[in-house]
Ligand binder design. Structure first.
Ligand code: PMT
Length: 398
């Protein structure tokens, strides 16, 4: 759980004392924990106890930031990787199920984009009441994950189901959640992205319109799934979110080739999204070529085919996903590249599809694998496309 951002919600219930243990266990596993409480929760456990254990303030009030915006509910909702409400009272569950938002915890719930877990705690009759059961079902239907209450002695002296799940059991669930969410944990990935520039003279080059968006989105998705990612990025103008990636910036196909060969050995997965120039000037002029003739001929020579060279040396445990950028006979050409470059799968994008290819924030792809399966996808954001590609790799090979 190293560095995982876990938001704990605490409601007014005698089981709130268990939340102190829950926070301790999470902190022991190096999670970053924050706490939000309903107004009545502090009658059961002191905010000071929870803030001392979590090493962060235990919040129950809306607070303005430095700019005077009252948005700590939104900030907390966006910050968290997972939100666990434990204990969750019958009252809070009912409000959540009905979109009621009269305290900070409920506002955070409505703002949260992360998975939400709810660990109910109440007396057995309250737990079994049809209203509570209906509310819990409504929450489940809207994607909330319920952590079943456990059986045992309750604060009322009755015995039955209604105790908040033990902190150890909640921690196990959270651990399962994080590991299932990271199917590429422990894997190494290599991604090429962006264009290459082949110098003609000190001021001119042969290049293309690749922005790097597609490849960077793939690198980020591989990282989100737990892989250690090395990204070889050609010369791009956009500024990207590259935190957590090991990035090498290159300019020419030769530079990209040299680095790719060096970094390929340790890569379990390689995705070649770069638009590598196929030709470069045979010689680069030392000084700016003068415009003193009506016509000029530039002699070009082939650049190294990075994909084909990696395809030749790849072991049976290594997966290569290549791209095909086509304008005609798309499927046929993509299939040829799949086999000639020894890819395991190829992602076809066609410049004929509106919104697909260079520069756009969107792309439209088909994925073809070596068993000749072709899957067509809708036009969507390059971030969504990256998820589809990485999901296809995970589904087939991991
Ligand atoms: O960067 P964006 O603006 O987001 O645009 C994304 C993209 C259109 C560049 C991307 O989706 C894409 O299609 N990348 C591959 C472009 C390309 O060069 O396709 P190709 O069909 O010419 O090459 C086939 C494969 O061989 C590709 O995986 C390519 O990276 C690789 N190749 C090609 C030539 C070469 N010398 N070395 C290579 O490794």
């Amino acid at each position: 759980m190293n560095g995982k951002k876990i938001l704990i919600g605490v409601c007014g219930s005698i089981a709130a004392y268990k939340t102190a243990f829950l926070i301790r266990l999470l902190k022991k596993q190096h999670a970053d924990v924050r706490v939000v409480m309903t107004p009545s929760a502090s009658g059961f456990i002191a905010p000071l106890t929870l803030s001392t254990l979590s090493k962060n303030p235990a919040l129950s009030q809306f607070i303005a930031n430095d700019e005077g915006e009252w948005n700590n509910h939104v900030e907390l909702g966006l910050w968290a990787d997972v939100f666990i409400i434990a204990p969750a009272s019958a009252n809070t569950i009912a409000k959540m199920a009905n979109g009621i938002c009269d305290n900070l915890l409920l506002a955070v719930y409505l703002s949260a984009r992360c998975p939400v877990y709810v660990a109910p705690a109440m007396d057995l009759d309250m737990y079994q009441h049809s209203s509570t059961q209906t509310n819990m079902r409504l929450l489940q239907e809207s994607g909330v994950k319920m952590i079943d209450a456990e059986f045992g002695e309750l604060a009322s002296g009755l015995t039955g189901t209604g105790r908040m799940a033990e902190p150890e059991n909640i921690v196990n669930l959270v651990n399962d959640f994080f590991s299932s969410d990271r199917p590429l944990q422990g894997k190494n990935a290599l991604v090429t992205a962006g264009p290459t520039y082949e110098q003609i003279d000190p001021v001119r080059f042969i290049g293309n319109h690749s922005s790097g968006k597609m490849g960077v989105a793939i690198a980020n998705q591989l990282m989100a799934y737990g892989a250690d990612v090395k990204l070889i990025l050609g010369p791009v103008n956009d500024i990207f979110e590259l935190e957590g990636l090991c990035v090498s910036k290159v300019t020419s196909a030769d530079e990209m080739y040299a680095l790719a060969k060096e970094q390929f050995a340790g890569a379990d997965i390689t995705v070649l999204a770069a638009a590598v120039a196929d030709y470069k000037p045979r010689v680069m002029a030392d000084s700016k070529i003068k415009k003193n003739k009506d016509n000029m001929t530039l002699e070009l020579t082939k650049t190294p085919d990075i994909a084909a060279s990696l395809g030749k040396i790849k072991s049976k445990d290594q997966i290569i996903a290549g791209f095909a950028l086509e304008t005609d006979n798309e499927i046929e050409n993509a299939r040829k590249k799949l086999h000639s470059k020894n890819f395991d799968m190829i992602v076809l994008n066609s410049l004929k599809d509106p919104g697909a290819g260079f520069g756009y924030d969107t792309n439209k792809i088909s994925i073809i694998d070596r068993d000749n399966n072709t899957r067509d996808y809708e036009l969507k954001s390059k971030i969504g496309v990256a998820k589809d590609i990485v999901d296809a790799i995970v589904e087939k090979y991991f």
